[in-house]
Design a protein around this ligand. Structure first.
Ligand SMILES: C[S@@+](CC[C@H](N)C(=O)[O-])C[C@H]1O[C@@H](n2cnc3c(N)ncnc32)[C@H](O)[C@@H]1O
Length: 379
């Protein structure tokens, strides 16, 4: 697939390609290294360059951008957690264009002590700060940006579509052997090459129940490292992560022979994730079994795992819609109904997106969002 790029896009992707080629030299780099440069290079990386990517005119739309109702549901869960003697702090990872922060602040108001954000992209931090000052200046003294993980945190940690944006590696199973798909530069483009997987990769793959020959998929040591860091940092509180993905048995389905790695550009799904570095979003689904195992191994307790749809319904989002119906016009109501449909409908975001939550030093019972259809048993 080819796209018409403007001069600025061409300049940017050429500059980043050159930087990646220099990293590769005469050899190769791991795919996670490629993904990390393509998404997070400080100047040209996808999340750091200033080209617009959020919303219907960008490359993707996330749940907070679909509707404020997403934040309404999540805020209800957060407020319920705050009733359990948890310090009323929120720490949001990867706040994107700041929409979720603005909506959670509006829905938790005085029930929240402080809202922290840890965002890898310096340009997105700028967007978040500007939006806060312009749209919710009354909260400006209660929001701060962190530049590194705090040593200790008490409160609720949230992250929407962050795990999928953390780099992964690509693995290939063939004739009983495991290979890593690394990235080299050949005939003027980036290409995948198979090399024998290193010990770490072999170790992780040994525990994956995947038996199909000639099978490609992903693993992510960085996502596991991220969960480990959260667990070390959290003293008392809850972690809620929302993302698209599956438990291991569904993730490594025999039919999913090409894995889940994909690239997006202007809402188009690309067949080559190595094209246009810096211009395309690269992502892969989350293996929630790996996330849960890592969390449990690192002293977190699994609170629940369910679909976005069940989580939001459990949190009372339908009743919220009805409440709003009384206060809005029919056309506003129709608009809200359409947004809710997008968030919870099984063929839209409702089933593909999952919510997983962990706790530390808290009672592990009766959390609103997991009160029905908890699918933890599938992990
Ligand atoms: C797909 S966007 C989602 C943005 C936002 N949460 C939303 O739902 O609209 C992924 C975000 O995660 C950030 N990110 C990725 N890895 C991160 C990490 N390890 N720590 C903090 N932010 C991270 C990216 O910079 C980006 O803002």
């Amino acid at each position: 697939m080819q796209f018409d790029l403007n001069k600025r896009q061409v300049k940017l992707t050429e500059a980043l390609s050159k930087i990646i080629q220099d990293e590769i030299g005469e050899t190769y780099i791991s795919f996670s290294k490629y993904m990390s440069l393509a998404l997070y290079h400080p100047q040209y990386g996808y999340y750091n360059n200033l080209l617009y990517k959020f919303g219907s005119s960008g490359d993707f739309i996330t749940a907070p951008l679909v509707s404020e109702l997403f934040a309404v549901g999540l805020s209800r869960q957060i407020k319920e957690i705050f009733k359990r003697n948890v310090v009323k702090n929120i720490l949001e990872f990867g706040a994107g264009n700041g929409q979720l922060m603005l909506d959670i602040l509006a829905n938790t108001k005085d029930e929240i002590k402080h809202y922290y954000i840890l965002e890898l992209s310096t340009s997105l931090v700028q967007v978040q700060k500007e939006r806060l000052l312009k749209e919710k200046p009354e909260f400006k003294d209660r929001v701060s940006w962190l530049t590194e993980l705090p040593k200790k945190f008490d409160g609720v940690i949230i992250g929407n579509e962050v795990l999928d944006a953390i780099p992964c590696d690509v693995v290939h199973w063939q004739n009983g052997k495991i290979y890593s798909k690394v990235v080299s530069f050949n005939a003027d483009k980036f290409v995948f090459t198979d090399i024998k997987a290193d010990e770490n990769t072999q170790e992780v793959c040994k525990n994956i129940r995947q038996t199909t020959n000639n099978y490609t998929s992903e693993i992510s040591l960085e996502r596991m490292g991220f969960i480990k860091s959260l667990s070390e940092m959290l003293h008392t509180g809850v972690i809620i992560l929302i993302d698209y993905g599956y438990g291991e048995s569904e993730f490594y389905l025999p039919t999913r022979v090409q894995g889940t790695l994909r690239g997006f550009f202007r809402q188009h799904l690309l067949d080559d994730v190595l094209m246009y570095p810096g211009l395309i979003d690269i992502t892969s689904s989350v293996d929630f079994t790996a996330i849960a195992k890592t969390a449990i191994d690192n002293n977190l307790e699994l609170l629940g795992y369910t679909t976005q749809s069940s989580f939001l319904i459990n949190c009372g989002i339908i009743q919220e819609l009805e409440k709003r119906h009384k206060k809005c016009t029919d056309s506003e109501y129709l608009q809200l109904t359409n947004q809710l449909n997008r968030l919870i409908s099984p063929n839209q975001m409702g089933e593909a997106f999952k919510v997983i939550a962990f706790s530390k030093n808290l009672d592990n019972v009766d959390y609103l969002g997991f009160s029905g259809n908890d699918r933890s048993y599938t992990l």
